[in-house]
Ligand binder design. Structure first.
Ligand code: XMP
Length: 376
């Protein structure tokens, strides 16, 4: 897969014709935003100002780590806006409400910085799947504005430069390599802009964010060398009701019972968004392979978007943690790899023994579709 040189040449030529005095780049440390900024920097040099907005929803030590990796190629200024995000977002529960509020706060903060630096352009790493899915109404990605009719010049005081907007992830990685982007960034797994705010599923609280942050750290470390495309933890209250109807559906596959969580999670059915139930399957399957088939029984027969198999529980603690691991080329669809039971049990045990607020740990067995990769 080769991106055509002429497509990138055209982007560069376009940028040259814009007469940019100052462009602000919001860097997340992911390959998209970093590559967009480094490409722009090649053209406008120090007239590019790169900032990292610490939203308070980042992973453990993330801002400092990114600044350090990029030190030689892209000087970064870290701007701590976490109080602002917490003030605006704690207490929200609905997935799309979180996402649209995040977008609003994020760009308001950026518009203030742009004003201070007298920048009237914003460089961002929006890629094709971001706007395709946002426009398709599946999820509001934080970095899609023009494509959903938001006029950034009048609303925020800057125009957008999106040099990667027609590329897919693997093409961006190829371009990144050719631009000398550090390999840790080129190969970094995607992390959504709203970060842990959408992995602390349901009502957003500081405690839930902390549980998600610590569990994510364990999952990222433990599953880091398995060739996965994305792997993380998400958390929500362990609050379920049994579903005798769904338990009947899995009857015969082992001694299995199905419960439904009180939170909702996003899925895709056909081309449309669904915001359905999350099923928790407990008990002993006739064999481990059955686990990976459970979604075929449950997610197609009801409004269940995600199916999770409980790995290990201890009955005390407020939170449930779900381990998510997927493989994909384009992030528009994704499969769940068949990880061994031993590895998953090991990770579950480490998560439980590190945080006594967690009652139970499960493994999400749902591909996309019918699930999406994130829960919200
Ligand atoms: P979903 O959950 O839609 O995720 O299947 C597809 C890919 O996109 C990432 N993602 C985001 N990235 N801003 C981003 O920059 C967002 O708002 C956002 N939401 C999801 C997700 O992590 C996955 O890689």
């Amino acid at each position: 897969l080769m991106i055509s040189i002429s497509a990138i040449d055209k982007v560069i030529e376009n940028m040259r014709s814009l007469h940019i005095n100052c462009a602000l780049a919001a860097i997340s440390g992911g390959v998209d935003s970093t590559t967009a900024a480094i490409l722009t920097r090649r053209i406008i040099g120090d007239r590019l100002r790169a900032v990292f907005i610490d939203t308070g929803f980042m992973r453990l030590n993330e801002p400092e780590h990114i600044k350090e990796i990029l030190r030689a190629v892209l000087p970064l200024e870290i701007i701590n806006a976490s109080d602002r995000f917490y003030r605006e977002m704690l207490g929200l529960s609905d997935a799309e409400e979180k996402r649209t509020r995040f977008r609003e706060v994020f760009y308001t903060v950026l518009s203030e910085i742009a004003k201070e630096y007298d920048c009237d352009w914003l460089v961002q790493g929006t890629i094709a799947p971001d706007w395709i899915e946002t426009r398709g109404g599946i999820k509001t990605q934080h970095n899609v504005l023009e494509q959903v009719g938001i006029d950034t010049a009048s609303k925020y005081g800057f125009k957008l430069i999106e040099p990667l907007k027609d590329l897919y992830k693997d093409q961006v990685r190829e371009l990144a390599k050719s631009l000398g982007v550090p390999s840790e960034i080129v190969n970094r797994q995607p992390f959504p802009g709203p970060g842990l705010s959408i992995r602390a599923v349901g009502e957003l609280t500081l405690e839930k964010l902390d549980v998600a942050r610590r569990a994510t750290d364990i999952v990222e470390r433990r599953l880091g060398n398995m060739g996965l495309s994305q792997w993380f933890a998400a958390t929500w209250e362990y609050d379920t009701v049994p579903s005798s109807e769904l338990s009947r559906v899995v009857n015969g596959l082992g001694d299995l019972h199905v419960e439904l969580f009180s939170i909702r999670a996003t899925g895709v059915k056909g081309d449309a968004r669904s915001y359905g139930h999350v099923a928790l399957v407990r008990g002993y399957p006739v064999n481990w392979d059955v686990i990976y088939e459970l979604h075929k029984y449950l997610a197609t027969t009801s409004d269940v978007t995600h199916v999770i198999y409980e790995l290990m529980g201890r009955g005390v603690g407020k939170y449930f943690v779900s381990i998510r691991a997927i493989v994909t080329d384009d992030f528009m669809t994704a499969d769940v790899p068949r990880l061994s039971r031993e590895i998953l049990m090991d990770v579950a045990e480490e998560i439980l023994s590190n945080d006594n607020r967690i009652s139970s740990v499960g493994f999400d067995v749902t591909p996309k579709p019918p699930a999406t990769i994130e829960y919200e």
